[in-house]
Design a protein around this ligand. Structure first.
Ligand code: PBG
Ligand code: ZN
Length: 327
């Protein structure tokens, strides 16, 4: 290998066309999954205070939104529900006429060719805001897993294309896979939130979904932010239990984990650029302290470069519009 002065790395950087020729990572519309929040009522479109540009929408508005998402060329949405009533056992999570079940049916009736992913957890549906059933302050694992399987089936029956458990209970992927197969949904993939950290970056989401825990935290099921070897064990378990796509969440502060998971398991890997990541870029942009569009693209290309095959991001629509503009 030559050395300086024969070697000059800048040679490939002078001409913008040459720069494009040697660019290694591209963000495509096909990489995007757009998260949406469904709320009760009609004609409702309420902006989430800490997430400008993100809304709680009633089903009628949601359907129109999904049409726009599809027209922009985004292949998939993931749905989060804000139920009419919350209770100790999260009944609306697995009710036939629950908010998500109705939303999925409405989208499927009106929007062609959109992949509808549903988030499976109890925290949006329990009055205590925890991801599972409680025994005192303890979150019960196996009892919760049964309800999650029930929730997954009800989503599949409504027409969901992919099931995405986000709860981090042990054994939930296996239970959901078995339940789906038993009900004949053998071809519905599971995208598991395999490596989900107990993160401060979820703050704005909990405002959006009104799902902050009433007491305590999620540290007994979500992962310690400091751990990387454990992330490998989490991903491995979910894969053994039948996950088809594994997710790392959050994304930006966990690029090392995305890279390791992709390199080690070589499975389709998703990364979730979560609410706090979005809110920080938004806020910085609003203050004119950073160039929002530029940092949006930089943050997402970094996630892809780390190894993500797909990215859940509140910026999906903005990215699609940006990519159209580039043509
Ligand atoms: C539900 C769930 C959460 C997120 C996705 N699914 C919140 C949590 O675990 O408290 C966070 C998404 C985001 O912050 O954008 N378990
Ligand atoms: Zn949860």
């Amino acid at each position: 290998m030559p050395r300086y002065p024969e070697k000059r790395l800048r040679r490939l950087r002078y001409n913008p066309l040459v720069r494009d020729m040697v660019r290694e990572t591209y963000l495509n519309k096909n990489d995007l999954i757009y998260p949406l929040f469904v709320a009760p009522g009609e004609g409702i479109k309420k902006e989430v205070v800490s997430m400008p540009g993100v809304f709680n929408m009633s089903i009628d508005i949601l359907v129109e939104e999904c049409k726009e998402v599809r027209e922009l060329g985004i292949p998939a949405v993931i749905l989060f529900g804000i139920p009419e009533h919350k209770d100790a056992v999260g009944s609306e999570a697995y009710a036939d006429n629950g908010i998500i079940q109705r939303a999925v049916r409405a989208i499927k009736a009106e929007v062609k060719d959109l992949v509808v992913i549903t988030d499976v957890c109890l925290c949006e549906y329990t009055d205590h805001g925890h991801c599972g059933l409680l025994d005192g302050e303890n979150i019960l694992n196996d009892e919760t897993v049964s309800l999650l399987a029930k929730e997954a089936i009800s989503h599949a029956e409504a027409g969901a294309d992919i099931i995405a458990p986000s709860d981090m209970m042990d054994g939930r992927v296996l239970a959901i896979r078995k339940a789906l197969d038993y009900k004949g949904f053998t071809n519905i993939p599971i995208m598991s939130y395999a490596v989900k950290y107990s993160s401060g970056y979820y703050g704005p989401f909990r405002d959006a979904a009104d799902s902050a825990p009433a007491f305590g935290d999620r540290k007994s099921h979500q992962m310690d932010i400091a751990n990387s070897e454990e992330a490998m064990r989490e991903a491995e378990s979910d894969i053994e239990e039948g996950a088809d796509i594994i997710m790392v969440k959050p994304a930006g502060a966990y690029l090392d984990i995305i890279h390791r998971v992709k390199a080690e398991f070589k499975l389709p890997t998703a990364a979730y650029q979560v609410s706090g990541e979005y809110a920080m870029i938004k806020a910085g942009g609003k203050m004119n302290w950073i160039d929002e569009e530029r940092v949006m693209m930089e943050s997402l290309i970094a996630i892809k470069r780390a190894g993500a095959d797909m990215i859940l991001t509140y910026y999906a629509k903005d990215v699609a519009k940006y990519l159209d503009k580039q043509k």
